[in-house]
Design a protein around this ligand. Structure first.
Ligand code: 2X7
Ligand code: FE2
Length: 301
């Protein structure tokens, strides 16, 4: 029997397409002069660290694959096409070519069902991969040399309440953890949401002109700092308890469930998270954060 799988890192990996645009990724059509360096360089440091880890698969929960009935996972081995951001087609027209770990996706669906969740394995070969998945995966692994497993954002927070949404995402996290363990995979998990999410509604003539970039509202900045403080001090249960208020008061994209899913999958880490970067994109708050389970075992200071 093979050894049980493990989560080798859990990452809050937000997906503003501006970061792919500003990095002039070869797969992306539009060209930029520069922009959002603090976030991009933080992602670069994280990507360099991940490149030193031995892992098999990236598992991403994405806010921009929205499903109404149940939680869906990709169930086709290979996708190659063009992904265009519907709001920013001027910034994100990305030619992707990626592999999916279908066996792990199916295991997540099976374990999700055993938690009482409605799950669906998506088998449409012409399915268009959303920009949230692509941006997060690209920024943590620009080489695209690992397969992904990808989970949709079910709209439970919207259709029922933040509390019901959270319960579902914690169950989905537990299911993901068990699926990884049974599969023998070494997995890196990506929660693809921004933190605070009020944003400007007009784009400057040059999108990367940084004189326009700042937080939309001081109250949401204070919320972001509070949440990052909880992460950095290992108080992830308190963070999840406060999440419904955070979501409402800062219009947080955590309402799509990704961060709660990550905490469920990592079983509420009590060791400090490492913040690689915090910065705004069109006024939204974005943090690149890593939970390294080696810290729990005392292997890393
Ligand atoms: O989807 C997004 C986002 N979450 C944050 C900032 C900018 C654009 O797109
Ligand atoms: Fe988003």
């Amino acid at each position: 029997m093979s050894a049980p799988g493990t989560i080798v890192a859990g990452i809050l990996a937000p997906h503003p397409p501006h970061l792919v645009y500003a990095s002039n990724a070869p797969q992306n059509e539009p060209r930029a002069e520069c922009g959002w360096e603090v976030l991009r360089w933080g992602y670069e440091r994280l990507a360099n660290k991940l490149a030193t880890l031995d892992y098999d698969v990236l598992v991403v929960h994405t806010p921009h694959w929205k499903t109404v009935v149940g939680h869906h996972v990709l169930g086709v081995e290979h996708f190659k096409s063009l992904s265009v951001d519907p709001i920013f087609p001027n910034l994100f027209r990305f030619h992707y070519d990626l592999d999916v770990d279908v066996e792990l996706s199916e295991a997540i669906a099976t374990e999700g069902e055993s938690e009482g969740l409605v799950m669906k394995v998506m088998r449409n070969p012409d399915f268009r991969i959303d920009y949230g998945t692509i941006t997060s995966c690209h920024l943590v692994n620009p080489a695209w040399d690992k397969p992904i497993a990808c989970i949709s954002a079910n709209q439970g927070f919207y259709n029922f309440s933040n509390e019901v949404g959270q319960e579902q995402m914690l169950a989905l996290g537990r299911a993901t953890r068990r699926a990884i363990s049974k599969s023998g995979r070494r997995a890196v998990l990506l929660a693809s949401n921004s933190l605070s999410h009020r944003h400007f509604t007009e784009e400057p003539p040059t999108p990367e002109d940084m004189k326009h970039e700042h937080i939309y509202h001081h109250g949401q900045y204070l919320w972001d700092m509070h949440i990052l403080g909880l992460m950095r001090s290992g108080k992830t249960r308190a963070m999840i308890d406060e999440m419904p208020d955070f979501i409402e008061q800062s219009v947080s994209e955590a309402k799509e469930g990704s961060l709660t899913w990550l905490m469920g999958a990592m079983d509420f880490p009590t060791y400090p998270a490492e913040v690689y970067a915090y910065g705004t994109v069109i006024g939204t708050g974005n943090a690149v954060v890593e939970w390294d389970p080696a810290k729990e075992k005392g292997a890393v200071a």
